[in-house]
Design a protein around this ligand. Structure first.
Ligand code: NDP
Length: 339
């Protein structure tokens, strides 16, 4: 059997363009015991794949893809054929072989830091793609970052960057609901206004409007107690300067460094001087919390106190545009490709 897949055509040295990616027909091997054949229905478009498209990947992370390799990413699909007793044709499943029409998936294989293991999804009354967004990896990441890693407190003034995106928009609303004063930043005036008007942030700024440190100081004249970092680079530097003593940083992601070389901040001594805690995490290691996240986020989605937005691209032929648009801030909320 043959499936279309989005493959790496050339390693980008800086900005990814659609020319670095190409749709290719790939052969699918016959099913072995323990495997299922899945027809993908929704692809999660995530920034982290960009880390694997260059000639090298950050040490400690997943290895770079080679030219010709199919991209991988979280996806939902319907089981077409099964050689595993726990999965039947017609089951809705999540797995890590996104960016293709069909995939042969082994139930035994973990992947993407634990987030990509083959799992049956009972979508109940929710739109199935929400299991890639607020009820899936994005919701888990926001929840874990705030409640398990940051140790968020109602008295906190919290800054959340890339706050109009998939993780940031949920983190912003959960922090607001928790009673925090939330400062949210994003890449356009329209997004910044939306963060206050619709998501409930106390204040917001467009990081293009000047020096990030100055914009943050204006938004938080008394400093911040915690920072949820989705961006890294200049944002991380600004946070170290603005954090109050004993402040906390959650290093969720560093998207500003995914397409450029990363240099160490020159103000790292702030961590010592102010007794700051800086902690990274991979949401895939917290998969045991999915039920709690789905109950917390799901009840808020149901009663309308949590808004979820999506940027949807139709067809595998538009997955490369979706990824490039995401990396360039042209999407809002969860970015998805519908097959
Ligand atoms: P988003 O939906 O937030 O999309 C990424 C956004 O980042 C873009 O829309 C853009 O919005 C912003 N951005 C892009 N380039 C820059 C830049 N140079 N400076 C500032 N902002 C920029 O993606 P996700 O919600 O899926 O992911 C958010 C972060 O969380 C990423 O860093 C990702 O790698 C990380 N992540 C970490 C996980 C973990 O387990 N630790 C799991 C999932 C995600 P804008 O218009 O605001 O510029």
């Amino acid at each position: 059997m043959i499936s279309r897949a989005l493959c790496l055509a050339a390693h980008p040295s800086e900005k990814l363009t659609t020319e670095h990616l190409e749709l290719t027909d790939i052969p699918l091997a016959p099913l072995l015991d323990g495997e299922v054949l899945v027809r993908n229905t929704w692809l999660s478009i995530d920034p982290s794949i960009r880390l694997r498209l260059g000639e090298s990947a950050p040490s400690g992370y997943l290895p770079p893809l080679r030219i010709g390799d199919a991209l991988v990413g979280l996806a939902l699909g319907i089981v077409v054929e099964s050689r595993h007793e726990d999965f039947r044709p017609g089951d809705l499943v999540s797995h890590m072989h996104g960016y293709r029409d069909f995939a042969v998936v082994s139930a035994a294989a973990g992947g993407l830091g634990g987030a990509g293991t083959l799992t049956r999804i009972d979508a109940h009354d929710w739109p199935q793609q929400w299991y890639l967004g607020p009820l899936g990896s994005s919701g888990l990441t926001a929840y874990v970052g705030l409640f398990e890693v940051m140790g968020i407190r109602p008295s906190d003034t919290v800054w959340i960057s890339a706050a109009a995106g998939a993780v940031g928009s949920i983190a912003t609303q959960l922090a607001v609901h928790h009673g925090c004063t939330v400062i949210a930043s994003a890449g356009s005036r329209r997004k910044a206004d939306h963060l206050v008007d619709a998501l409930g942030a106390s204040s917001s700024f467009d990081y293009h409007d000047g020096d990030v440190g100055s914009l943050l100081a204006q938004a938080a004249p008394d400093g911040i107690d915690a920072y949820f970092d989705n961006v890294g680079g200049s944002h991380f530097i600004a946070a170290l300067d603005a954090l109050n003593p004993e402040g906390r940083v959650v290093m969720c992601g560093a998207i500003s460094t995914y397409e450029t070389s990363n240099t160490l901040p020159s103000n790292l001594f702030q961590i010592t001087a102010k007794s700051l805690s800086v902690r990274g995490f991979r949401a895939g290691s917290f998969g045991h919390l999915y039920d709690r996240v789905r109950s917390t986020v799901g009840s808020r989605l149901a009663n309308g106190t949590l808004i979820h937005e999506e940027s949807i691209y139709d067809g595998l032929e538009h997955a490369s545009t979706a990824l490039v648009d995401l990396l360039n801030g042209r999407t809002t909320g969860k970015t998805l490709c519908r097959l």
